[in-house]
Design a protein around this ligand. Structure first.
Ligand SMILES: O=C(CO)COP(=O)(O)O
Length: 251
């Protein structure tokens, strides 16, 4: 089973519209010759239509960083799945640890968002990861098991064909600290087995499990060599088109 690697950039709350268009345009040019890798960028909501236009007819894919699970309604400041789909969005990041930490998202809301995404044919990137305290208490696997099981609860496996799971240990995000290759290998293998036993064997074979947390040009090759690592979710190092291109074109 060959899974096409996904190299994804999460731009978080960075870049104005013109800056986002500039970065996306440069990235698309620099990566025009890349084959057999999916490259995705997730700008802020307001930049989505601008970036969608800038990368139309290029090989880049567009992602959003969040969504609301209701279709529409009196939810000031929120954006629904079908609004994203209509704006040309293909992927959506769900349950990022910053959303869980600062905006109090729970596995329950994550689950509703996954359901909303798949109902609108958006490809969900389910983010999971343990905090340092959870790791030190020996609860890494328990935490991840719960995040996956609750996040995907009652979702028809048939609708999860495009699911991506992003393992982002919270202590490795924006800290310059990366999980060691053995840690990443162990967790990714655990996650694939978890999908196999709790959801479906077919899905376990196809689901892309990607790593996030201080991914840089100098550690990408090591990470991508690890079995069961099907790509990366990059924060800080995706903001600069030149640096992100080095990550995309690792060898
Ligand atoms: O949160 C991340 C991607 O979603 C990772 O961020 P950094 O690459 O800046 O550590």
């Amino acid at each position: 089973m060959t899974r096409i690697p996904l190299i994804a950039g999460n731009w978080k709350m960075f870049k104005t519209g013109p800056e986002a268009v500039d970065t996306a345009t440069h990235l698309a040019q620099a990566c025009a010759d890349v084959q057999n890798k999916d490259i995705m960028i997730a700008p802020t909501y307001v930049c989505l239509p601008l970036v969608a236009t800038a990368i139309a007819d290029t090989s880049l894919h567009l992602g959003a960083q969040n969504l609301h699970f209701e279709k529409q309604g009196a939810f000031t400041g929120e954006i629904s799945a079908d609004m994203l789909a209509a704006a040309g969005v293909e992927y959506v990041i769900i349950g990022h640890s910053e959303r869980r930490q600062y905006f109090f998202e729970t596995d329950e809301t994550v689950n509703k968002k996954i359901l909303a995404a798949v109902s609108n044919r958006l490809k969900p990137i389910l983010c999971i990861g343990e905090t340092l305290a959870q790791r030190e208490a020996g609860n890494t696997f328990l935490t991840l098991d719960k995040q996956v099981a609750d996040g995907l609860k009652s979702v028809d496996p048939e609708r999860l064909q495009d699911l991506v799971i992003a393992y982002e240990p919270v202590w490795a995000i924006g800290t310059g600290e990366t999980a060691g290759p053995e840690q990443v290998e162990t967790v990714h293998r655990f996650l694939r087995t978890l999908v196999d036993t709790k959801i479906s064997s077919d899905l376990a074979r196809t689901v892309r499990i990607i790593y996030g947390g201080s991914v840089k040009p100098d550690n990408i090759a090591t990470l991508m060599c690890i079995e069961d690592v099907d790509g990366v979710l990059v924060g800080g190092a995706s903001l600069d088109a030149r640096i992100f291109t080095q990550i995309v074109k690792y060898d």
